[in-house]
Design a protein around this ligand. Structure first.
Ligand SMILES: *[C@@H]1O[C@H](CO)[C@@H](O)[C@H](O)[C@H]1NC(C)=O
Ligand SMILES: *[C@@H]1O[C@H](CO)[C@@H](O)[C@H](O)[C@H]1NC(C)=O
Ligand SMILES: *[C@@H]1O[C@H](CO)[C@@H](O)[C@H](O)[C@H]1NC(C)=O
Ligand SMILES: *[C@@H]1O[C@H](CO)[C@@H](O)[C@H](O)[C@H]1NC(C)=O
Ligand SMILES: *[C@@H]1O[C@H](CO)[C@@H](O)[C@H](O)[C@H]1NC(C)=O
Ligand SMILES: *[C@@H]1O[C@H](CO)[C@@H](O)[C@H](O)[C@H]1NC(C)=O
Ligand SMILES: *[C@@H]1O[C@H](CO)[C@@H](O)[C@H](O)[C@H]1NC(C)=O
Length: 592
């Protein structure tokens, strides 16, 4: 631009001056902005020893200069405007996240080939690792974990006790558990996490660049100099195992590595996978590859020859746990199985005991053990069983409900909560007490009646309010256990793609007994009217909740007729002995 302006200014200054300026303009443009760097290089790069990150855009490399001329894709002549000199850089893209280069000092203008010839064979090789845009970690090249390993930090091999390398849920991470060897000075037990960023091959040499994090000092601030490391590795197949020889750089460069057995630190990994005879999850589980937790926050996906269960977040994007079937302990019928699985959670791993129960309909329950054990044989003996996790398939089929009849709502928890909310909203909206007064006569959502399993298909539950509004649920499967009935149901009216599914838990009890009492002892003594205590829970069929008392919604109901009857058994039902007897009979039948 400046040069062009000059041309205009000098127009009056005679032909000669103009020619000189035009010439200098031509020279300038052939050396300035004359080339561009590959698009993928744009970003910010870390280089060991450099203060701050190095910015690269299509035309500039920060503190090196602007692209002036290029040849055969790897040689670049850069013009350093501040020093008014030229340097040659030979840049190799080893991986989209790794650039390596050699360079000359900045020298007066000359041709690209002349300046580039100044790079001698033993000129230092610099490595740059991409920081921004943030690299996506790549799968680590060491399979199959877990491994045991020995290591050497310059003195002798630390072999006893062996160290362990374990995979993480995420294939781009490997957990290295270093052990201290009493006979090798300078060894210490330590846990490091390797995040693999880039691998490439040069001739027969394989390289890996990764970041090392100290797991026990996770929260301390560590510099890039401390985390980036370069590796050379070699894999060796033997009969049944896999061995990797790995050399690790001593700093955040790829220098000082010559072979997989020669580096600032070397390791020898041998896979200790004793899981060649992996078991398979039974067909009654894997006939649906994908299951959801009741609240649909998690996906349970069976993969890899039905031997692996992956637990992921709802859209399947993040793996949270990976469970590989290790051995089956008990599998009597096609409804119940107890097995041991090798579990990987983040970078933690161990064995867990899993119990699966097939319930009616497309419903499973899973009961995992609480703690991971190192040894498989301890998984089902140590620790406690955890709460049940209710699993459902993607699409559910309506089924007959397990409870039938018309009921009156004695009291309800959900409705009270909802009512309170409505009042609060109403009061806020109206500013004064007027709205509250109006709301008292008819409160939508304050259900006073329910019909369970009525209608032709017998697959729905309906709660009605005196205002005429109602909430209808469809039944999708039920079972009972220890006098408590369980029912999986979801509201009908929801047009949402994933309607909220509930576990309804119900039991019968005399009015002043605790609701969980066994089915046999109910209804007899006390003289209180029998109740159908019902709770809806959205997360799982939580056994520690008491029907009618806990849960997202809780109701105490008394019967007020069969589905067919309309008003024979009216509000006075608790006074009529035959009706009370009928209630007990009905409920007992339902629970069974
Ligand atoms: C590249 O960076 C240089 C120096 O930071 C800047 O002057 C130039 O405008 C940038 N070019 C592009 C295309 O962004
Ligand atoms: C996994 O299980 C399903 C259902 O039983 C079966 O159809 C499929 O063939 C199994 N896959 C493998 C690889 O065993
Ligand atoms: C299970 O883990 C918890 C928390 O880590 C621990 O407090 C508890 O003692 C462990 N239980 C068993 C049986 O190992
Ligand atoms: C239902 O009855 C039980 C036992 O009498 C009581 O503890 C519970 O609070 C009642 N539920 C509601 C929603 O009021
Ligand atoms: C329940 O009823 C029995 C017998 O009627 C009575 O003795 C008992 O005190 C009552 N329990 C409660 C908690 O009200
Ligand atoms: C089950 O219910 C109990 C009691 O309400 C609660 O403390 C617990 O967190 C619930 N468990 C789950 C897994 O929701
Ligand atoms: C029982 O049902 C009849 C008719 O459906 C109704 O009039 C009556 O109010 C109900 N009783 C109660 C206690 O809700």
């Amino acid at each position: 631009m400046g040069a062009i302006l000059n041309v205009f200014r000098l127009r009056i200054g005679g032909v000669l001056a103009q020619v000189v300026v035009l010439l200098s303009l031509a020279v300038y443009s052939s050396y300035g902005g004359g080339c561009t760097f590959p698009e993928g290089w744009t970003g910010r790069w870390f280089q060991s020893g450099n203060n701050g990150l190095i910015d690269i855009n299509s035309t500039h490399i920060q503190s090196k200069g602007e692209c002036s001329e290029t040849e055969s894709y790897d040689k670049f002549l850069l013009y350093d405007r501040s020093e008014d000199c030229y340097r040659c850089m030979v840049i190799h893209e080893k991986h989209k996240y790794v650039l390596q280069y050699k360079e000359t000092y900045c020298s007066p203008k000359d041709s690209l080939s002349t300046i580039c010839e100044l790079i001698s064979g033993d000129a230092p090789l610099y490595s740059m690792f991409r920081k921004e845009p943030r690299p996506v970690p790549q799968q680590c090249p060491f399979h199959p974990a877990p491994f045991t390993f020995t290591y050497n930090r310059g003195s002798s091999d630390c072999t006893n006790p062996p160290s362990r390398a374990e995979s993480c849920t995420d294939d781009s991470r490997l957990l290295l558990r270093y052990m201290a060897c009493p006979d090798v000075p300078g060894t210490e037990s330590n846990i490091e996490e390797l995040v693999c960023l880039a691998t490439w091959k040069e001739g027969s040499t394989r390289y890996l660049v990764g970041k090392i994090a100290q797991v026990q000092r996770r929260n301390s601030i560590v510099s890039d100099e401390d985390t980036y490391r370069c590796f050379i590795y070699k894999g060796q197949h033997s009969d049944k195992s896999m061995t990797y020889y790995i050399a690790q750089s001593g700093d955040a460069t790829c220098n000082g590595l010559s072979s997989p057995t020669d580096g600032s630190r070397t390791m020898k990994l041998t896979n200790s996978d004793d899981e060649h005879n992996r078991c398979h999850f039974p067909s009654w589980i894997v006939e649906h590859h994908k299951w959801y937790s009741l609240d649909r926050t998690h996906q349970y996906r069976f993969t890899t020859k039905n031997a692996t269960l992956k637990i992921m977040n709802e859209d399947g994007s993040v793996d949270e746990k990976r469970l590989v079937c290790h051995s089956i302990l008990e599998h009597k019928d096609k409804k119940h199985i107890t097995l041991i699985a090798h579990v990987t959670m983040g970078c933690e791993s161990g064995h867990a005991c899993l119990k699966f129960y097939r319930r009616e309909g497309n419903v499973l329950e899973l009961q995992p053990s609480s703690n991971l054990t190192e040894l498989a044989q301890d998984a089902c003996t140590a620790g406690h069983q955890m709460p049940y996790i209710t699993l459902i398939t993607t699409s559910l089929t309506p089924m007959r409900c397990p409870i039938f009849g018309r009921y009156s709502v004695l009291n309800s928890l959900a409705d009270r909560r909802q009512r309170r909310q409505q009042l609060a909203i109403g009061a806020a909206a109206e500013g004064s007490g007027g709205g509250e007064e109006a709301g008292r006569q008819c409160a939508p959502g304050e259900h006073d009646r329910a019909s369970l399993g009525c209608g032709a298909a017998q697959d729905s539950i309906e709660f009605k309010s005196p205002c005429g509004d109602s909430t209808v649920y469809t039944c999708y499967g039920s079972w009972s256990e220890g006098g408590v009935g369980f029912l999986i149901a979801a509201p009908v009216a929801r047009s949402s793609l994933h309607p909220r599914t509930f576990c309804f838990m119900y039991s019968t009890a005399a009015r002043n007994e605790t609701a969980t009492a066994g089915a046999g002892g109910n209804g007899g003594g006390g003289g209180g009217a029998p109740l159908l205590a019902l709770s809806a829970v959205s997360r799982s069929c939580n056994r520690s909740m008491v029907p009618g008392r806990d849960g997202d919604k809780a109701y105490n109901l008394t019967i007020n007729g069969t589905c067919e009857q309309s008003s024979k058994y009216n509000s006075l039902s608790h006074r009529l002995a035959p009706a009370a007897a009928l209630v007990v009979a009905l409920i007992a039948a339902c629970v069974r």
